[in-house]
Design a protein. Structure first.
Length: 249
């Protein structure tokens, strides 16, 4: 019963972050699965991709209904990362758990920093340099998703805002399209490993995250987005510190 409650609580937090911020929630999914629910790092990254894909698709639907998704640009952004997401997903299964945990901790710290110190908006929509930077960001996002089982919204949202001059609302909604596509691509080479996942834990985690994504979208409508980002970033820094200490000891 305790494990089930932990899975439900963790899933709700992940869903709230994904639905409200367009990313970041998946950065909590892997440590929650490892430290709270006893998954190995490899299985946690695989289960995280299932959770992130399902939750992102739910959040995408909510934001699409509100007209906050720019489908064409989002599809092009996602397409740049799909090959690397699949390749990194296959590579991840062969890497040691300590390496994955350490890399994840560094990435979590970077995500927190990006949320606390957002980049300045510089409109470059449809310029050659802007599209080139967008493609590079999409490719990097795909690699991160495949390797570590995270959605990468903390990279997608700033890129969409600063490079392509999206509004924050459009960036949040469109990032969920990108995250969904990359998560599904990264999951494909890992399908054989999904049978080892404890679905009695992962399924309620996913269900709570899906419900949380709807609430996250409503929360974003009511609260200041920067306030949400700052609160989440502080929590993420704590997670990064815990994972680094665990890796080094």
């Amino acid at each position: 019963m305790t494990t089930l409650l932990l899975a439900l609580a963790a899933g709700a937090v992940v869903g709230l972050a994904l639905g409200g911020l367009g990313g970041g929630g998946s950065m909590l999914a892997v440590p929650a699965l490892v430290y709270l629910l006893g998954f190995s790092p490899a299985l946690a990254t695989t289960a995280s991709l299932v959770i992130v894909a399902a939750t992102s698709l739910t959040g995408l639907l909510a934001h699409a209904r509100a007209g906050r998704v720019r489908w064409r640009t989002g599809a092009l952004f996602a397409a740049a990362g799909l090959p690397l997401a699949a390749a990194a997903g296959a590579l991840s299964a062969h890497l040691p758990g300590a390496l994955l945990t350490g890399a994840f901790a560094v990435l979590a710290a970077l995500a927190a920093w990006r949320m606390l110190v957002p980049p300045k908006v510089q409109a470059q929509e449809r310029s050659a340099s802007g599209l080139g930077r967008s493609t590079a960001a999409g490719a990097g996002l795909g690699a991160v998703t495949g390797l570590l089982g995270v959605g990468g919204g903390f990279l997608a949202v700033p890129a969409l805002v600063s490079v392509l001059a999206f509004t924050m609302a459009e960036a949040v909604g469109t990032s969920l399209l990108v995250i969904s596509a990359n998560s599904l691509a990264a999951l494909l080479p890992r399908l054989g490993a999904t049978g080892a996942i404890d679905w009695a834990v992962a399924a309620p985690f996913t269900g709570a995250a899906i419900l949380g994504a709807w609430d996250g979208k409503r929360l974003a409508d009511k609260l200041n987005g920067r306030t949400l980002q700052k609160v989440f970033a502080v929590a993420l820094l704590g997670v990064a510190a815990l994972m680094l200490v665990t890796t080094l000891t």
